[in-house]
Structure formats: structure tokens, C-alpha cells
Ligand binder design. Structure first.
Ligand SMILES: [Zn+2]
Length: 306
């Protein structure tokens, strides 16, 4: 009995020693030996997994469905970030909470929108500021991938060739999904190529696809959907004869339903932009997100014209 106890204690001690040495190597306590890349939101996490393959463990700070612009990090998030080996953020003022979040952390971080030509926000208090939603252009997403390949290769030079190859293969898929988006919208009559959404999150997608963009509010914030903003969207829909309008998965569609009631336009469906869905939902990946939005937009705008 005594020997058995000593054996068990020795085994426990050796497990503890392994766990402690793993922590010292920058791996989380439950880690599997891989370095940890932490992204600010789910869309970036999916892109990063495509580049990382099995070599890195990629996690998102914000969860599926979270509001990402005004997110308030928890003490748990900060603990998690302190143990990460690399943090990826979008930049372009998307993560207003991010600079403070990483200020006290000794963890390298990369801004994945670096090199993207920003589009300015045209209206309201954000006028002239860069629109943060650059990932909604599959063309821009390829620049995000280049930045991830570079950051992962610095973090883990032994697998640099794999990151380059994974990135190249993923960029081919991004190019194809971008071509499909343009093709879907090109079937619409020219006067019906108007995209009306809740948040002004589709400027880059609309530019790629040849859609005129109109939104109720420019960026998700505490104060949104003022009577003036809703009135402006109603005027646009009436003047252009827009057949269908949309809202995003992470915000209430109540303001857009008021546009629907006032104009007779159809509610064309839910679009995804700031978050993926759960794995069994409609957009578990970024490629699915773009495909879903392109199909939803093209179908609703075409269907209502008949
Ligand atoms: Zn947004």
C-alpha cells in the first residue's frame, strides 16, 4: 500500500513538472505543445486556421455572435492573452478596446489589415475615418493572408514553407469566392444594384461587387438608428425603388423593420459580417460567410423584381 501511494505521488509530481515546464514555454496549461495565436474575432480566427494548418492553435477572444466594436474584455480574456504567443487584430479602429488590452502584455502582435487601402466612412460622426470592415472584400482578405503568413513564419520559422503553401492555396479559394460574388450581383439589372443594411459594414464588399451602399448607421455603437438615420434610409429606398433591405446577425433588425414598414420593401435576410455562426449554422467559415451574403443579396434583390 505504501509503495503504491509513493508511486502515485511520484507520477503526480512528474505530471506537475511537465505542466510547469510547458507553461514556461508560453503554452497554456491545457496546451498541446503548439504555440497559441489569439485573434480578436471569429472571422480572423478562421482565416488564421487556414494559414496555420495544424502547426498552431488558433483561438478568438470574442465568441460567435459577439458585438466586436464595443467589446469589453474580461479578466479571463486578459489572462488568456498573456499566455498567447501571438495576437492578431484587424486594426483600422475596429477594436477600440484593443490598444488598452495589449498595453501591459509582453506578447507580439500583428495588424492583419496592414497594406489594405482603407475606404473612408462617408457619413455621420465617423465621417473621414477608415471603415474597419476591410475583410468583407475577398481581395483584401488575400492581403490579410499575406500578413498572417509573415507573422506565423516569424513566430515559427521551422514551418514557414507550410504557412506559405497554405496561404497560397487559401488565396486561390478567396479569389474564387470573390469572383462568384461579382458574378452573382452582375446578373441583377443595373438599377437594382443597391445594398441597404443596418451597419455601414459592406463598403468594401459593395465596391467589389458593383453595389451602391446605403446603411442606417455607420459603425455599431451605443447611439445608433436615430430618427434622422432611419429617415435617410427610407428616402433612399423610396427614391431608388430598392426592392429588398438587409440587417446583420450581431445587431437588432428593429430599425430596418421600420424601413420595411415605411417603404414596402421586403426584408431580404440576415447578413453576416462581424462574426461567423456556430459550426452547425449557415456561416461557420469566412468563405461560407461571403457565399451566404452574396447569395442572400442577389436572390432578394432579384426575387422582388419579378
Ligand atoms: Zn461591424
Amino acid at each position: 500500500m505504501k509503495v503504491g501511494f509513493r508511486g502515485a505521488a511520484a507520477a503526480m509530481l512528474s505530471v506537475l513538472a511537465i505542466t510547469l515546464s510547458a507553461c514556461g514555454g508560453g503554452v497554456t496549461a491545457e496546451g498541446d505543445g503548439r504555440k497559441v495565436v489569439l485573434t480578436t474575432f471569429t472571422v480572423l480566427a478562421d482565416m488564421a486556421r487556414n494559414v496555420a494548418g495544424d502547426h498552431l492553435r488558433v483561438e478568438s477572444i470574442t465568441k460567435v455572435g459577439a458585438e466586436i466594436h464595443g467589446y469589453e474584455p474580461t479578466p479571463g480574456d486578459i489572462k488568456k492573452a498573456a499566455k498567447a504567443d501571438l495576437i492578431l487584430d484587424n486594426g483600422l479602429n475596429l477594436e477600440a478596446w484593443f490598444a488598452q488590452f495589449v498595453a501591459d502584455l509582453d506578447v507580439p502582435h500583428a495588424v492583419v489589415s496592414e497594406g489594405v487601402a482603407p475606404m473612408d466612412i462617408a457619413e455621420d460622426a465617423y465621417q473621414g475615418k477608415p471603415n474597419p470592415h476591410a475583410w468583407m472584400s475577398p481581395v483584401n482578405a488575400q492581403i490579410y493572408v499575406d500578413n498572417m503568413v509573415r507573422a506565423f513564419s516569424e513566430l515559427d520559422p521551422d514551418h514557414a514553407e507550410d504557412y506559405r503553401a497554405n496561404g497560397a492555396a487559401y488565396k486561390t479559394q478567396l479569389g474564387a469566392v470573390g469572383d462568384d460574388l461579382v458574378a452573382a450581383v452582375s446578373t441583377l439589372p443595373a438599377d437594382q444594384r443597391a445594398l441597404v443594411t443596418c451597419e455601414g459594414a459592406f463598403s468594401y464588399l459593395a465596391r467589389d461587387a458593383g453595389l451602391t451602399e446605403k446603411y442606417i448607421w455607420p459603425v455599431n455603437a451605443e447611439q445608433q438608428a436615430t430618427p434622422q438615420q432611419i429617415g435617410s434610409a427610407i428616402d433612399f429606398v423610396r427614391q431608388r425603388g430598392v426592392p429588398a433591405v438587409f440587417c446583420e446577425s450581431t445587431v437588432s433588425d428593429a430599425p430596418m423593420q421600420r424601413v420595411v414598414e415605411a417603404t414596402g420593401a421586403r426584408f431580404g435576410g440576415v447578413l453576416y459580417v462581424d462574426s461567423l455562426s456556430e459550426a452547425d449554422g449557415p456561416v461557420p467559415t469566412y468563405l461560407e460567410l461571403i457565399r451566404h451574403d452574396a447569395t442572400t443579396i442577389a436572390t432578394a434583390l432579384a426575387g422582388a423584381s419579378q
